[in-house]
Design a protein around this ligand. Structure first.
Ligand code: AMP
Length: 192
């Protein structure tokens, strides 16, 4: 399997680029944000708990997220690989993912970090908020999410640098131009 993590702050384009990567490489998409939003709209117990954290711009606790991710991964049909989008968001999640993949003789082949300046992130997320209907795309929550990213999520970068699969890519500019750089990074890893 060719497993990818698409990483970066909120608004860096993870979802947009995931769609394009999936189409080109025929991978299975696992987005923890999408799973949580589905749980909320299904009004499950998990969804009700998660909503409180999401609306405050905080992370849903690792204990909830790791179990949820493992269930989703175990239920996967045979696949050419998985693209993890919005996960891992803490170093403990990264460790749990490594263990989960190890058990199956799998690993992360490349971690792509989309690098975007904060000012641009805020602009993009406010714009998205006009149409997304997402409860967390408002200025106060956006600022909180960026702070949480910097303190809890950014350290995940070092974890994957140590794993030897890190690739930073500038996430500003045209969508297709960014996608082209991502494909070059993926193809180089696939050939290695
Ligand atoms: P996203 O759609 O990836 O921007 O996620 C939206 C929100 O869902 C985040 O701000 C968190 O509150 C929650 N969330 C999504 N993925 C995770 C994760 N891996 N760990 C903790 N919380 C998460």
């Amino acid at each position: 399997m060719f497993n990818i993590i698409i990483f970066g702050p909120p608004g860096s384009g993870k979802g947009t680029q995931s769609e394009k990567i999936i189409e080109r490489y025929d991978l299975t998409h696992i987005s923890t944000g999408d799973i949580l939003r589905q749980e909320i709209s299904d009004n499950t117990e998990l969804g009700q708990t998660a909503r409180q954290f999401i609306d405050r711009g905080e992370l849903v606790p690792d204990s909830i997220i790791i179990g949820m991710l493992e269930n989703k991964f175990n239920a996967l049909q045979k696949s050419k690989g998985v693209i993890f989008d919005g996960f891992p968001r803490t170093v403990d999640q990264a460790r749990a993912l490594k263990e989960m993949l190890n058990k199956r003789g799998e690993r992360i082949c490349i971690m792509i970090n989309l690098e975007v300046e904060n000012e641009e992130l805020i602009d993009r997320l406010l714009k998205r908020g006009e149409t997304s209907g997402r409860s967390d795309d408002n200025l106060e929550t956006i600022e909180k999410r960026i702070k949480v990213y910097e303190s809890l999520t950014a350290p995940v970068v070092d974890f994957y640098k140590n794993e030897g699969c890190y690739m930073g890519i500038k996430g500003e500019g045209g969508i297709d131009e960014i996608f082209r750089k991502i494909c070059m990074a993926i193809d180089t890893k696939r050939m290695a």
